[in-house]
Design a protein around this ligand. Structure first.
Ligand code: PRX
Length: 638
């Protein structure tokens, strides 16, 4: 497949960026013309950030699976679409060609229809990293159902919250999932979640771990039996439902600074074009390259760069069920050599964790197939960047540091491999279509170079968030109300002397732990559910591997005789309520919290203490009880 929109030089990048700013409609309609439509659009762009209203390619009709599957059948039907590497290296891998994937997506689309799923219905997918997860996602898209994938590490309570918010009546899950040395009983977790979700009508269960499960009569069915039913019908193909360009494609829940995760909604055409365009350009994908994105499909990175971007581009995408350190810390390198992977896209946390094992696990690996390395999810420190560049890429692979968010749908600021310059710890330059703006607290734009500010985006791009599911006002409040006529990212940012961007981290109450977004308010709410807890405050602190760790200050209702046991109980509560990813790393019991006279917790002070600061804590004179700070300092957990 040729990509007429592939940028092949620094000058071409400059030109493309310029055109995307000066003639955005022409720019994007040229690119959109490279996709398969059932009906041409009437209007390229209609927008305002006040409501917000964002509409790309209105009137256009299409189905994203025709772009990801059908259109490739003739030219590359026998090319691997998905290569799947199991958790256990002793188990056989699987390869699905485009033709096989097409067939399986059709079959499962039929299963969904047979089970009563209709266009517009929300289908929750809670599975491990097996090919059937990608198949389920694409099958939903084929019939116009809205998928909402939930990461396999979330608890029953988190699932129930999301099911209720989305009013999802259908679930696709597995008996269990393998992750490293663990089996996670996914169906059990679903059963617990469904206690409070009586509106769920159907649960389709794939066999993976053979963990015993209870199947509820009238509600639960086996994936394999349902497929068998479709086979006996003679496997009729399922026509791709004609969708409107702006129909929702999926909901993906993500954390913000308030308590409840919000359902970010992406729509069919804009998301498809954005993920494909960014995939082809940032990684400089060439036909037959093998792209290995190590993210879980439960997060946006997996949606955009394991499934949709690569498949729409006709690429071969590698999906890995396990973790980088099991059975040993050479697992990624084994996979790279086994399949001769050309592009490796992973998170700084994984890189730092692998770095901590030294160079031993890299020995005996050639890694000579690698052409491009990528990182995503959190700021990468220079040491990790150099380790990745020198020891994994052997100094010959460009490293693309890709900054983006669940809400942006795809990569926003990044170098393009081998095309635009790289700079360690810098995401570098905006992609065509992206107009970054730095603003101060008052919303004043900060112009010029060598300046820092809050990162905003001035103009719509096709892959941007359209709404938060069921609550448009929340979308406005969160992203469009802080600064007039700007999308606010929640990130702080520095622009260097050459206009390159370096993301410095969140400026709101959102933590980034191992590249996973967690709201401090969410963790506090969970801690406060423990029956001995009166109040808590959660902040982040620098963590060598995870980037950020979770530090919790907790006021307990009574004398604690066994502090460690109580800490474990509290951590367990958080794990039950949210999931293990949100467990605090450190819990300090405090007699009070630093509050202003109006009752607001001064998180700035708590953050500084957690970071190890002892003296310059800033102005504490406005505190109701300044003495509390000394108390907290003395009890600091190291
Ligand atoms: O703070 C930024 C950080 O991750 C946040 C978005 O998280 P999420 O929606 O979960 O998406 C993660 C995968 C796209 C951002 O607000 N972030 C993401 N990529 C980078 C980053 N911070 C620095 N450098 C990056 N490359």
């Amino acid at each position: 497949m040729q990509y007429p929109y592939q940028i092949d030089s620094a000058e071409a990048y400059q030109k493309a960026w310029q055109k995307s700013v000066e003639e955005p409609e022409q720019f994007w309609s040229d690119i959109a013309g490279e996709f398969v439509w059932k009906k041409q659009w009437d209007k390229v762009l209609d927008w305002n950030f006040r409501e917000p209203k964002i509409s790309w390619f209105a009137g256009g009709r299409l189905n994203i699976t025709e772009n990801c599957l059908d259109r490739h059948l003739e030219e590359r039907g026998d090319q691997p679409a998905i290569i799947w590497e199991p958790n256990d290296p002793a188990e056989h891998h699987r390869i699905l060609t485009y033709r096989q994937l097409y067939h399986k997506v059709n079959q499962f689309a039929h299963v969904l229809l047979n089970n009563g799923v209709q266009r517009g219905d929300r289908v929750c997918i809670y599975m491990g990293m097996v090919p059937e997860l990608a198949i389920a996602v694409l099958a939903c898209a084929r019939i116009g159902a809205i998928h909402s994938v939930i990461f396999g590490g979330f608890s029953a309570q988190s699932i129930a919250d999301r099911l209720q918010d989305a009013q999802a009546r259908f679930i696709v899950t597995c008996d269990g999932a393998f992750r490293g040395g663990k089996d996670i009983p996914l169906k059990d977790v679903i059963d617990d979640a469904l206690v409070t979700c009586p509106f769920v009508e159907r649960v389709i269960v794939l066999t993976r771990t053979r963990t015993p499960v209870s199947m509820i009569k009238g509600r639960d069915v086996w994936w394999e039996e349902e497929i068998h039913r479709v086979e006996t019908m003679g496997n009729p193909p399922v026509p791709a439902v004609e969708m409107d360009a702006e129909d929702p494609l999926f909901i993906l829940y993500t954390s913000g600074s308030t308590g409840k995760p919000k359902g970010v909604v992406h729509t069919v055409a804009g998301y498809m074009i954005w993920t494909t365009y960014t995939f082809v350009n940032v990684f400089q994908y060439q036909p037959e390259d093998i792209h290995f994105c190590t993210a879980d499909i439960g997060w946006i990175t997996g949606h955009s760069y394991i499934i949709y971007g690569p498949l729409a581009a006709g690429a071969t995408t590698l999906m890995f069920e396990g973790i980088p350190t099991w059975p040993d810390a050479g697992r990624f390198w084994d996979i790279v050599d086994k399949y001769r992977v050309n592009m490796l896209y992973t998170a700084p946390t994984a890189i730092r964790s692998l770095m901590s094992f030294g160079l031993g696990p890299l020995q005996d690996h050639k890694l000579d197939s690698l052409k491009v390395l990528g990182t995503v999810g959190e700021p990468i420190n220079e040491e990790a960047w150099h380790w990745y560049h020198d020891h994994v890429g052997k100094r010959k692979c460009p490293v693309v540091d890709t900054w983006w968010q669940t809400e942006t749908g795809g990569i926003m600021i990044s170098n393009m491999a081998g095309i635009t310059p790289e700079k360690p710890s810098y995401a570098t330059l905006p992609l065509p279509g992206v107009q970054p703006v730095l603003v101060d607290e008052n919303g004043q734009e900060i112009t010029g170079n060598e300046v820092s500010g809050n990162l905003c985006i001035r103009f719509p791009w096709p892959g941007m968030i359209r709404t938060t599911y069921g609550d448009h006002e929340r979308c406005r409040q969160n992203y469009f109300a802080t600064y007039d006529d700007l999308y606010f990212t929640g990130d702080g940012c520095y622009r260097d002397e050459n206009g390159m961007y370096r993301i410095t981290g969140r400026v709101d109450d959102v933590l980034n732990v191992s590249g996973h977004r967690i709201g401090t308010a969410e963790v506090e709410n969970a801690i406060n559910m423990h029956n001995g807890v009166v109040e808590s405050a959660v902040v982040g602190y620098p963590h060598d591997i995870k980037g950020q760790g979770i530090y919790a200050y907790v006021i307990f209702s009574h004398e604690i005789s066994e502090a460690d046991l109580t800490r474990r109980d509290i951590a367990h509560t958080v794990s039950r309520i949210i999931g293990p990813i949100a467990k605090p790393d450190k819990i300090q019991f405090v007699p009070g919290l630093p509050k202003t006279r109006s009752g607001k917790i001064m998180r700035r002070i708590l953050r500084k203490i957690a970071e190890g600061e002892t003296t310059s804590l800033g102005d504490t004179s406005t505190l109701l009880d300044p003495g509390i700070v000394q108390h907290i300092l003395e009890g600091k957990i190291h």
